[in-house]
Ligand binder design. Structure first.
Ligand code: ZN
Length: 150
């Protein structure tokens, strides 16, 4: 089995920013020389998800409004209560309240996505793109893209 992995760093601009990683995944599949296997795209963040969907402005605006309705950022979240909170208090990220961002990420439920590679081709559908979705504010982010197979 062959394996090729690469980290990609970038900065997001706002909540619900969609960073299109599809070309990076396609490049790594080509570089790997792997004909049959799988490409995995993984976010090591608890407030930034990986989703597969369409690159279309209307959808992205609809998505932003939907998550805002389901998980409003102005609600009260226990995660943001630094007085009663006992875990992970040394995380500097928590100087800015982001309970809503954790809930949005958990609702999406997708720290990673995997896409089959067959005959050297990534098997995305015609309109499918792989995105990092920012559930928090503008931040520096990293994703790991891994291709494995033979
Ligand atoms: Zn947090």
């Amino acid at each position: 089995m062959k394996l090729l992995a690469q980290n990609h760093s970038f900065a997001t601009a706002r909540c619900s920013d969609f960073i299109d990683l599809t070309d990076d995944v396609l490049e790594l599949v080509e570089q790997s020389g792997i004909a049959n296997g799988v490409a995995v795209v993984f976010s090591p963040h608890t407030t930034g998800a990986i989703i597969i969907n369409e690159r279309e402005r209307g959808f992205i605006a609809d998505f932003h409004e939907m998550v805002g309705r389901l998980v409003p950022d102005e609600d009260e979240y226990r995660h943001d209560d630094t007085e009663s909170r006992v875990e992970n208090r040394d995380d500097t990220d928590h100087t800015v309240p982001n309970g809503h961002a954790h809930c949005r990420h958990a609702l999406l439920g997708s720290a990673s996505q995997s896409v089959p590679v067959i005959d050297g081709r990534l098997q995305l559908g015609r309109w499918q793109r792989v995105f990092f979705v920012e559930c928090d504010r503008a931040r520096d982010r990293r994703v790991l893209i891994q291709v494995l197979g033979e």
